[in-house]
Design a protein around this ligand. Structure first.
Ligand code: ZN
Ligand code: CU
Length: 480
């Protein structure tokens, strides 16, 4: 009789490839899936009953700002509690390494930590730290352009000089050698706003040499969205690497239709052979730094943190402005540095993004915020419970494919994102009848419902009883 470490019995398997669910038992030996099928003859040290449940690959959160949570609070509860087993950190040009800060970091580097967090002179130092104090889930790491600019330039409000570009190229190379999966930019943000496209191409080309990917928070998701997308595509093509367009939620108050238009440009580029993918999250509101121009553009903004007015977190900026007797721009200026949740998108556009075959799912959660956007805790169960089951907009097989198999393929995470014999045993067992996000804008730090078991590299990290305390995560997506 075959004896295994773990057998998950009696579940319906949705394997991450997009194919229809099928009934099977799954055996796990060490960190891998050893067998799939009728295993009623086999025994195991641990048996997990998955009757009436779905067994799927653990979700891959392709867009996160989890760098510091991975390092300092490695239980990763906001992620593993919703079935996530791998996160991609270092997005939007913001990575914790390579950078040592003694002064407060500029916007938006402060989204992931204050100066006491930026302590890694090399990317290798950061990777070593993560590997020593393993987090509960896996991490693929991007090196951020904004971080490199702050580390290299005395003044980021100008194009980089040839020498500075050469110095940044060396740092991208060091990061790729140390285990990064690619390079990210945040071209809308202050540290990168003044850079030329050629600078980005030159740096992305170094990541390309190692087989890395290029993920970008574009220069604009509003009026300038079209030229920004063209720039992103040109960078991918010229540098010779796959492109990931981050949080593809295009919006202007005057033209909510720009989201559909942007999907049209995106489809055209895909049809023309662009090697690209875009990610999105299932909410009508965004969240980032408090920048006066962002506050002015939006209908409502909720404070997630404020250095100067911590008592205002969880309140709306227009209410604060009224209380202070000032306009919202002045209020935003007084609240900064800080963060906000910005409302005003069209729900129809969120549905379009969630159901689009070319969109993969990434939360864009910001764990450092004392009052975070609920996407940090609820993204994946919300797509499955709200958009797939309750609204009936798609099959769970389709949604899961764009949270697992498609994501692993685009980020080149070998042997992850699929339930397959020989693949890593990153798995989630959930109840398709009850899975749902429970985090709300007012109570954002609430674990999702319906998640029964989460395994990372064959080790249970979360169950309906809570966190197991295990920390089996690894740095994945290494190109060397
Ligand atoms: Zn971003
Ligand atoms: Cu982001």
């Amino acid at each position: 009789m075959q004896e295994h470490g773990i057998i998950i019995r009696g579940g319906e398997v949705i394997d991450g490839t997009g194919r229809l669910r099928f009934r099977a038992d799954i055996a796990i030996d060490d960190d891998r899936i050893a067998a799939i099928g009728d295993l009623s003859e086999a025994v195991a040290e641990t048996v997990i009953d998955a009757g009436g449940r779905i067994v799927a690959p653990g979700f891959i959160d392709v867009h996160t700002h989890d760098d510091r949570m991975l390092r300092d609070a490695g239980d990763m509860t906001p992620k593993v509690s919703q079935g996530v087993t791998t996160v991609v950190a270092g997005n939007c040009g913001i990575s914790l390494a390579p950078l040592v800060m003694t002064d407060p970091p500029p916007e938006p580097l402060n989204l992931i930590g204050d100066h006491t967090s930026y302590t890694h002179p090399t990317f290798a130092a950061f990777v070593e730290t993560l590997e020593r104090a393993a987090p509960a889930c896996n991490a693929a790491l991007l090196v951020g352009h904004g971080t490199l600019r702050v580390a290299t330039m005395d003044d980021t409000q100008r194009p980089a000089s040839a020498d500075e570009i050469a110095a940044m190229q060396e740092k991208v190379g060091e990061a790729m050698e140390a285990g990064a999966a690619g390079f990210s930019t945040g071209l809308e943000y202050p540290p990168a706003r003044c850079c030329e496209t050629s600078e980005v191409i030159t740096l992305a080309a170094v990541a390309a040499r190692y087989g890395g990917i290029y993920a970008t928070h574009m220069r604009s998701y509003a009026e300038g969205a079209r030229s920004s997308l063209e720039e992103a595509i040109a960078i991918g093509r010229e540098a010779g690497l796959p492109l990931v367009v981050s949080h593809f939620h295009c919006h202007t108050n005057e033209n909510p239709g720009i989201c559909s238009e942007a999907l049209g440009w995106y489809e055209k580029a895909l049809a023309a052979g662009s090697d690209m993918v875009a990610d999105a999250y299932p909410y009508e509101a965004s969240s980032t730094s408090i920048l006066p121009e962002f506050v002015e553009r939006k209908t409502k903004a909720l404070v997630t943190w404020s250095k100067s007015h911590p008592e205002m977190q969880g309140r709306y900026i227009h209410d604060i402005a009224e209380e202070w007797g000032v306009d919202i721009t002045e209020a935003a200026g007084r609240l900064a540095p800080g963060g906000a949740i910005y409302f005003g998108r069209d729900e129809e556009n969120v549905k379009r993004l969630m159901t689009h075959q070319g969109i993969i799912i990434g939360s864009d959660g910001i764990p450092l915020n004392p009052h975070p956007h609920p996407r940090l805790w609820g993204t994946f169960p919300r797509v499955l419970g709200h958009y797939a089951r309750d609204l009936g907009l798609m099959e769970m097989e389709d949604a899961i494919h764009r949270m697992t198999g498609a994501s692993a393929e685009r980020f080149r995470l070998k042997d992850r994102g699929e339930v397959r014999q020989g693949a890593f045993a990153d798995l989630v067992v959930f109840d398709p009848a009850t899975i749902i996000d429970a985090a709300t804008f007012m109570a954002p730090e609430t674990p999702a419902a319906g998640i029964d078991h989460v395994l990372v590299n064959g080790v249970p990290v979360w169950s309906a009883q809570g966190h197991t305390g295990a920390a089996p995560g690894r740095v994945v997506g290494k190109r060397v």
